[in-house]
Design a protein around this ligand. Structure first.
Ligand code: F6P
Length: 402
């Protein structure tokens, strides 16, 4: 073993994602093989601040049987940036006289806690916000290897993240269940999937489930075209499936409001837009009737629309084999980086992130990852001219845009 790394800390931050436990397991197994100890830090960065007894050694026994489990045995948090930690009081968050949150910086305490625990380097598993802090800890002299995760698959610095495959599989299963009830009642079924401002989950789900229409944030839809397209599908098939990415806009401004999570790096939370769109579509389809008063036909006199949100079911539960494999590769590679490639830069720092480039595992500089993406608001989104969008169009999945 080179570089004197004898004890590695590991934590998971941000929203959870199927495959996190497989990463933890791979880290522990690989480190053990090389005689290196792993210390689990629970509750994301909050655990780093708590320190002491909250840090605990992870053994091979501790990680038995977790590869197939969703969630994370280390727990997670997506609003505990210790560099900008919202101050709390009895009422919740503390605000200044202008109503702005008051922040403290506890990063020095966290680094001291790592030193006190004899941790030589950190493996930080997380998305945008978590890895930005990871970069900041590496600047404070803590060697860091980041492991990227998100079901949204929208990080610019890696071609693929684990969790995405499971999320898509879960959404496709949901479509299959919803489809039969939609057929039974001759309804238009809207299925809402996650992804924030990126439509990857929706697009992959639509193609893999053979949906009729897909609405993604990258390709604005026209409401009238959506209604006309669904009318055509109903006339032909008597039912229709619409996949809705949670980040699309409703037909009318103000018809739907998102949730704001104070203290979170990207405070906007989506969820529920499909129900609003379904109601608008139902009204429009029934508003336009023939001389008999039928919305579509004598069978489909009135059209009903229903919305289902796959929600957190797509983020939890058993990871697919592909995600377990990718997570295991990421975890083992992160340890390898620390044991074989830990070379300090001219400032005495080390910060890398595991990445897939041209289908191969490699590592990239955390500094560059964060600088190039400026993270929030600069995600890798669906290319409207890309191969998958063209494929969807070729198999007659409509984006209701043309
Ligand atoms: O970024 C992953 C993700 O699951 C998004 O797809 C979703 O919009 C968001 O997290 C939900 O976040 P939270 O767990 O804070 O509700």
């Amino acid at each position: 073993m080179k570089n004197g790394v004898k004890r590695i800390g590991i934590m998971t931050g941000g929203g959870d994602c199927p495959g996190l436990n497989a990463v933890i397991r791979a880290v522990v197994m690989m480190a053990d093989k090389y005689g290196v100890e792993v210390i689990g830090i629970p509750y994301g960065y909050r655990g780093m601040l708590l320190g002491g007894d909250y840090f605990h050694k992870l053994t091979c026994e501790d990680v038995q049987g977790i590869i197939e489990k969703g969630g994370t045995i280390l727990h997670s948090s997506n609003k505990d940036n210790l560099f900008k930690y919202p101050r709390r009081n009895k009422e919740g968050f503390e605000h200044d006289e202008n109503g702005k949150l008051i922040y403290d910086n506890f990063s020095e305490t966290a680094v001291q806690n790592l030193r006190d625990a004899g941790i030589d380097a950190m493996i930080i598993v997380g998305g945008d916000g978590t890895l930005t802090s990871g970069r900041d800890y590496s600047r404070m002299g803590v060697p860091v290897v980041g492991v990227p995760k998100t079901i949204d698959n929208d990080l610019r610095s890696t071609e693929i993240t684990f969790g995405f495959d499971t999320a898509v599989s879960r959404c496709v299963q949901a479509v299959e269940s919803v489809r039969t009830t939609g057929e039974a009642h001759s309804r238009v079924m809207f299925i809402e999937v996650m992804g924030r401002n990126a439509g990857h989950i929706a697009l992959h789900t639509a193609i893999s489930s053979g949906a009729d229409v897909v609405l993604i944030p990258e390709i604005p839809y026209h409401f009238d075209k959506l209604v006309a397209e669904l009318r055509r599908r109903l006339e032909r098939n008597g039912t229709a499936i619409v996949i809705v990415s949670e980040g699309v806009t409703p037909p009318e401004k103000g018809a739907y409001s998102t949730k704001i999570v104070e203290g979170s790096p990207d405070a906007v939370r989506f969820g529920g837009v499909s129900g609003v769109i379904a109601d608008y579509v139902e009204r429009a389809l029934n508003a336009d009737r023939d001389e008999n008063g039928y919305a579509i036909s004598e069978v489909l006199m009135d059209v009903e629309c229903r919305a289902t949100n796959v929600g957190y079911a797509q983020r939890g539960g058993v990871p697919t084999a592909n995600d377990r494999l990718l997570s295991t590769r990421f975890g083992a590679f992160a340890v390898k980086e620390l044991l074989e490639n830990l070379v300090l830069d001219e400032k005495g720092n080390f910060g890398r992130m595991v990445s897939v480039q041209e289908n191969r595992l490699t590592s990239v500089s955390l500094e560059e990852v964060i600088a190039s993406s400026t993270m929030i608001g600069n995600q890798r989104r669906v290319d409207p001219e890309g191969e998958l969008v063209q494929l969807a169009r070729n198999v007659q999945i409509s984006f209701a845009d043309e």
